[in-house]
Design a protein around this ligand. Structure first.
Ligand code: S3P
Length: 171
């Protein structure tokens, strides 16, 4: 078993898929945003407010180096910008959860906790800017991914089954 790294835009469902993957495989999961929040003892939103995005990106880099060196055989669920760390390819098989921007926003808004989900993500505050960020990132996500799963209108369980099938040749 080798590492699987879930990448993809904010709100695409990396957390939900990771939770379903744990139930349906032998993987345990590590969430890079959770690691950062516990390292700093602060919510991501507060890190952005107090220390800024550049500081947050440096924390993502620290986490990626630690993951490369010290943790094996895990599923890693990552923040939407984590893919930029330099050693991503060395960490494991990269799985992109992909969906059009409009579908991602629809998905967030349909959630019972929609307001909270939007509020905790500083880069979703301005949806126009968020869409620009999506357009800029999507080709970069696609270029990095070993496996692409279109998650549009699929349940987390269906995505999990598809991922487990597609990663077989890598892990
Ligand atoms: C970010 C995505 C967030 C979080 C931070 C920055 C990004 O994680 O890491 O707010 O740059 O796309 P999610 O993708 O889980 O929302």
């Amino acid at each position: 078993m080798k590492n699987i790294i879930l990448i993809g835009f904010m709100g695409v469902g990396k957390g939900s898929v990771a939770r379903e993957m744990i139930k349906n495989s032998d993987y345990i999961s590590i969430d890079t945003d959770d690691l950062i929040e516990s390292m700093e003892n602060k919510k991501i939103k507060k890190i952005f407010e107090d220390d800024g995005e550049v500081y947050f990106r440096a924390l993502e880099k620290d986490v990626s180096l630690w993951l490369e060196k010290s943790v094996q055989n895990t599923l890693r669920s990552t923040g939407g910008g984590f893919y930029k760390v330099k050693n991503l390819k060395k960490i494991g098989t990269i799985v992109l959860l992909d969906s059009p921007f409009k579908e991602i926003i629809k998905r967030i808004k349909a959630h019972p906790n929609a307001a909270k989900k939007l509020k905790k993500r500083p880069l979703l505050k301005d949806l126009k800017k968020a869409e620009e960020l999506y357009e800029q990132r999507r080709p970069e996500y696609l270029a990095l991914a070993d496996v692409v799963v279109d998650v549009t209108k699929k349940s987390a369980l269906d995505c999990t089954k598809e991922i487990l099938k597609k990663v077989k040749k890598y892990v």
